[in-house]
Write a protein that binds this ligand. Structure first.
Ligand code: SF4
Ligand code: SF4
Ligand code: SF4
Length: 465
């Protein structure tokens, strides 16, 4: 009786209009704010105050998260208290789901300790490191220093990719769209990649895609490897122009689906998330292999044609005031057009400018112009009137043209993307159905288990950490 009263007291009742009371004695239902949105959880406590059972009722996380869930939650069994300051020390975080692991750990600890979740401290180190890399990327671009750019790319690969798995993703855009962004201090790396991708894009274009995206580093390394035995291919200009639009269609389709279905995991198809976390469904693993293979033939294959996150950055970059364009000293030789690795320059007579949505700010054109008349500038120069727009007027000295291989790669990629999305839709709907149908059974089983243990029964209560 005394134990029952004690347990009853530690579970503060928070009236909830939208959540019906479910479950039985010593059961508490609470919420954690995961990467993909709210995670509704149920915890059952024994008469000694230790965790008897912990389960997720509903969530918005990715399909890959589900595969690690049971192992992760099993760590909480029999615990009477959790160290929520260093979640990784006592409870192993899920690979690639650090934000969600941390949120669950903190919510469980807060519920056990009957205290509001502790506020995270200001993430000074992440902020300092990221600001340094961001400024170095800008310096590399403005100085036209390729070595510095390479160093920044490698640092971003290690810091954002391998160490923190913090890569700008369509999941973040979909999260903002559906109102499921994590708190700033709870997920600093989430916000750092978000700000690094979009703030420079608004001012001068795709600086993030230039030297801050870890997958950009992987693709450029692939290009370097390929140049040892033979050069990469240049896609036919018309195929290239049409194929670029695919990424905008992918972006539109994913944002629409997540909005309509209300489940972020539907958009979990980016191969670089799988590359850096080691988690993914079979269509995304297959897509990753295909994208890496295609990247050895076509420079930045994923970025140019398929990346929905890059497409979003590109859309923002259309508003950038600063852009690469030529001064009146331009002779119209079009050497720069041929040198651009992503065919992002267009010429109108002797006026050249970069298309900000496609330009990855690699700086090659700035270095190669014989007149040194291409600059990143806020001045809006005027093209000569009555001249036709032109792209890649002369064959690229970088790579020979290739006509049939790109459509094959694109076709297979779109097929795998579609399969990946369909798989995610199936997973998210079946997970929701399983959670709903399993909860009453589990509650019944737990009720019997608790009765066998001689516990006093109380209705389930809700705790808001
Ligand atoms: S397009 Fe996508 S993968 Fe490529 S650099 Fe930009 S964000 Fe990274
Ligand atoms: S390389 Fe320089 S001079 Fe030649 S077209 Fe480009 S901007 Fe003009
Ligand atoms: S070479 Fe092309 S991608 Fe690189 S900065 Fe110039 S226009 Fe942009």
């Amino acid at each position: 009786m005394l134990t029952g009263l004690l347990i009853y007291r530690i579970i503060l009742p928070v009236p909830s209009a939208d959540l019906p009371l479910t479950g039985e004695a010593n059961t508490v239902v609470f919420q954690a704010d995961g990467y993909g949105g709210p995670i509704r959880m149920q915890m059952v406590l024994t008469n000694t105050g230790s965790i008897q059972q912990l389960q997720v009722l509903t969530h918005q996380e990715t399909a890959a998260f589900v595969t690690q869930l049971d192992t992760f939650l099993a760590q909480f069994r029999q615990k009477t208290g959790i160290d929520d300051q260093e979640p990784g020390r006592e409870i192993d975080v899920m690979t690639g789901a650090t934000v969600t692991s941390r949120a669950i750990t903190q919510a469980v600890a807060a519920t056990l300790h009957q205290q509001p979740a502790r506020k995270d401290p200001l993430p000074l180190l992440p902020l300092l490191l990221s600001a340094t890399l961001g400024l170095s990327a800008l310096a590399a671009l403005l100085l036209g220093n390729r070595i510095l750019r390479g160093l920044v790319l490698l640092s971003a690969l290690f810091l954002f990719g391998l160490a923190h798995r913090s890569i700008f993703s369509i999941l973040q855009i979909a999260g903002i769209q559906t109102g499921h962004a994590p708190a700033l201090f709870a997920a600093p790396w989430w916000w750092i990649s978000f700000v690094l991708a979009l703030v420079p894009a608004l001012i001068l274009g795709r600086l993030y895609c230039s030297s801050l995206c870890p997958f950009a580093a992987i693709q450029e390394l692939l290009a370097k490897i390929q140049r040892i035995p033979r050069k990469q291919f240049t896609p036919a200009a018309e195929t290239d122009r049409r194929a670029r639009k695919i990424k905008y269609l992918v972006l539109l389709a994913l944002l629409t689906l997540t909005l309509v279905l209300g489940h972020l995991s539907v958009a979990d198809i980016e191969p670089y998330i799988t590359f850096f976390t080691g988690r993914g469904t079979w269509p995304v693993w297959s897509l990753l292999i295909l994208v890496l293979a295609a990247g050895t033939f076509f420079f930045r294959f994923w970025c140019r044609y398929l990346c929905p996150a890059g497409a979003f950055i590109g859309l923002v970059a259309r508003f950038a005031r600063w852009k690469i364009q030529s001064t009146p000293a331009c002779t119209g030789c079009h050497v720069c057009l041929a040198a651009c690795p992503v065919n992002a320059l267009e010429a109108e007579g002797s006026f050249v400018q970069a298309e900000t949505a496609e330009c990855i700010l690699c700086g090659h054109c700035l270095k190669i112009c014989p007149q040194k008349c291409l600059h990143l500038t806020a001045t809006q120069a005027r093209p000569a009137s009555g001249t036709q727009k032109q792209r890649r007027a002369v064959p690229s000295p970088v790579a020979p043209e290739q006509t049939w291989l790109l459509p094959v790669f694109l076709l297979l990629s779109v097929l795998l993307l579609t399969l990946g999305v369909m798989y995610n839709i199936y997973q998210s709907t079946s997970t929701a159905a399983t959670a709903e149908s399993a909860t009453p059974d589990k509650s019944e089983h737990l009720k019997k288990e608790l009765l066998d243990m001689g516990l006093t029964l109380h209705p389930a209560k809700y705790w808001k950490p």
